[in-house]
Design a protein around this ligand. Structure first.
Ligand code: SF4
Length: 364
């Protein structure tokens, strides 16, 4: 079984949804604009642009829209091609569009072994729309077919009175408790927690779910990262429609993957100048190893659950792959190269072009 070579977080430009969660990031930023993604490149072209040869090995691709990822009919054909290429693919979804899961059921068994679905469990909306049964049918349909998955709740204050009820529903339908993420307030400069509770109360309230995901997220939330981060070399943020490749959410733009399909993917890490106030999605980037010296669980540990009947949410191949770290397959830089990159990143963030010394180092 392979190990992860790169992690690519792919943005799907769908900015609408069939749910209306009050904590949703597109609601907060008033970006419910009825746009459903359609790709200008064919699935085969996207696969070529993201080939294993070009990327140096087997990668983990995360496909996530601003709204509901599976609203767009263009997404699953791309997922299928990326799986055929040999990559592992994650889809983030609210789990309510049943015919998309029926479509996945038609795929070859070998492809399903490398597929992972992150079901966002929007409990109050599912109750309002009477879609709770539909949601769990879709989750269990995927489990039965051998697809790996996780179920995750965004812990909002409105959900607190329903904690016991929600736990019971999860145990009954999933055989285990759901995982817990952190609700962000993207309107705030510091990307704060979206809650009226104090940080300690928030942690105590949601710790009840004994979620490894929540445990790591609360450990790194609000902590400014100053270590050397390999995002931009080992991981990327990619707009899958336009091909615009960035180091990370707020890093530099590195180029366009569709412009010269034979060109190597640039490797220009952020280094020790992360522009964000904290690494709010470090449960992926940091758990996968972008900062090698930072103690972190494996991504598999954050996503898996062992059910009452002994079955697991992650299937063996996905579990093994998600247990590997980026620093196992990529060479770390020496001290001087790190210093030059840090200097260069500092300069680029101030509008100064790549320094000559950096370009020399990069050729080396
Ligand atoms: S520390 Fe986190 S947010 Fe910052 S560049 Fe690295 S991966 Fe991205």
């Amino acid at each position: 079984m392979g190990k992860i070579k790169r992690f690519i977080d792919c943005y799907i430009p769908t900015e609408t949804c069939n749910l209306r969660c009050h904590y949703c990031y597109i609601t907060q930023k008033r970006r419910f604009n009825a746009v459903i993604a359609s790709f200008t490149h064919t699935p085969a072209e996207i696969r070529t642009a993201l080939s294993k040869d070009r990327l140096g090995g087997t990668c983990l691709m995360n496909l996530c829209a601003g709204g509901e990822t599976l609203l767009s009919q263009d997404v699953l054909p791309v997922v299928k091609e990326l799986l055929r290429e040999g990559h592992y693919v994650m889809i983030v979804t609210n789990g309510t569009i049943s015919h998309r899961f029926d479509e996945i059921l038609q795929w070859e068994e070998e492809l399903l072994k490398h597929l992972f679905i992150k079901f966002s469990f929007h409990y109050l909306e599912l109750i309002r729309l009477k879609w709770l049964d539909r949601f769990f049918e879709n989750v269990n349909k995927m489990k039965k077919a051998g697809v790996s998955f996780t179920v995750e709740v965004t812990p909002s204050d409105e959900l607190v009175p329903y904690i016991e009820e929600m736990k019971g529903v999860c145990l009954k339908n999933l055989g285990a408790l759901c995982h817990i993420t952190i609700a962000r307030d993207d309107k705030t400069h510091g990307i704060e927690v979206l809650s009226a509770l104090s940080w300690d109360d928030y942690k105590n309230t949601w710790n009840e779910f004994d979620s490894a995901l929540f445990e790591f997220k609360t450990r790194i939330f609000k902590v400014k990262r100053k270590e050397f981060c390999y995002a931009g070399a080992w991981s990327y943020y990619l707009d899958l429609k336009t091909g615009r490749l960035k180091q990370c959410y707020k890093g530099n733009v590195l180029g366009n993957i569709y412009e010269d399909i034979s060109a190597p993917i640039p490797q220009k890490p952020v280094g020790s100048h992360c522009p964000l106030p904290h690494c709010y999605n470090g449960h992926a980037f940091l758990a996968l190893g972008d900062i090698p010296e930072l103690p972190a669980p494996t991504y598999a540990e954050e996503r898996n659950r062992i059910c009452a009947d002994g079955s697991e949410w992650l299937q063996p191949e996905v579990k093994a792959f998600m247990s590997s770290k980026l620093y196992e397959t990529n060479k770390q830089y020496g001290l001087w190269k790190k210093k030059v990159i840090a200097l260069n990143q500092w300069a680029v963030q101030r509008g100064i072009r790549d320094t000559r010394i950096y370009r020399l180092f990069h050729k080396a």
